[in-house]
Structure formats: structure tokens, C-alpha cells
Design a protein. Structure first.
Length: 152
């Protein structure tokens, strides 16, 4: 995947447009790489390493600043899983189980769907709701999708 070279990002010359520009940008529209709850931004390495060199340099500088400013924060290790939105009624048995739903026949032989945690039977309208289910990451080369070996 190769991205075209781009022109430099124009600098705004007037007063700040917002006191929270990152928040405003990330919440103004559904953006790729923003977690479902909006709390995280994921930048696939395979994508950003294919960006034009000036963009990579700018991003490396920004990341360095973030890591320098937040160096004393108790950073955890993050595990990232690529997902997609899917309606419950479109999922197979494995997808339903991942979403916490089981499909079974009731005593009358009718197919019902139950929440695995509460045992509550879902209605047809409940089955229209969308949930996140895992998928292979289409942006990462296959060889990079394997988790790294643990450090010993």
C-alpha cells in the first residue's frame, strides 16, 4: 500500500480555533482508528510507515512529544484487536458466542437467542442491534498479525 505524496499541512495563522482541537477532530465524524468508545486512537504501523516521509517525520515528532510529556504516566501495555460492526442477526454461532449470545431451541422447538450472562431471551428487535466482532486486520500484512513472542 503506497500513499501519494502530500503537500505540507497548512498552519492556521489566527487564534486557536478551539481549546480542544484533538477532541473536536476525533468527535466531528466517525474516524478510522478511533475506538468504539472514543477513548483511544489506533494508528496501524503498516499504514503510517507507508505515508510520505514528511508526514512520518511530523508524526514521529508529535509521538516523541507525547511520550516525553507523559513519560511519568503509568503506561500499561495495550492489546489491540481489529473489529467490525455487525448486526446480531447476521452472525454465525461463533460470532454470537463472541458477542455473549447463544442460539438454542426452546421446549417448543423454536429457535431463541439468549444473553449468556443474564439468560434473558432476546427479541427480534434486540437482534437488530450492532455489536463489535473481531476480524483479521486488512491493513496489516499476514506475517505481522501474529502476536509477538513474550519477552523472557
Amino acid at each position: 500500500m503506497t500513499y501519494p505524496t502530500s503537500t505540507p499541512i497548512p498552519q492556521h495563522s489566527g487564534p486557536p480555533m478551539s481549546a480542544r482541537p484533538v477532541h473536536d477532530y476525533l468527535t466531528s465524524a466517525r474516524r478510522p482508528g478511533v475506538s468504539a468508545d472514543g477513548g483511544y486512537v489506533v494508528l496501524p504501523r503498516a499504514v503510517i510507515e507507508q505515508m510520505p516521509l514528511p508526514v512520518q517525520q511530523q508524526l514521529a515528532h508529535v509521538l516523541h512529544q507525547v511520550h516525553q510529556i507523559a513519560a511519568s504516566a503509568p503506561w500499561p501495555i495495550y492489546r489491540v484487536q481489529s473489529c467490525r460492526w455487525a448486526r446480531l442477526n447476521e452472525l454465525d454461532e461463533a460470532g454470537l458466542q463472541e458477542a455473549g449470545i447463544i442460539a438454542e431451541l426452546d421446549l417448543d422447538g423454536v429457535l431463541v437467542h439468549r444473553n449468556l450472562n443474564s439468560g434473558v431471551t432476546l427479541s427480534d428487535s434486540d437482534l437488530e442491534q450492532q455489536v463489535l466482532v473481531t476480524q483479521d486486520d486488512p491493513l496489516m500484512p499476514v506475517r505481522q498479525q501474529q502476536p509477538p513472542a513474550p519477552v523472557r
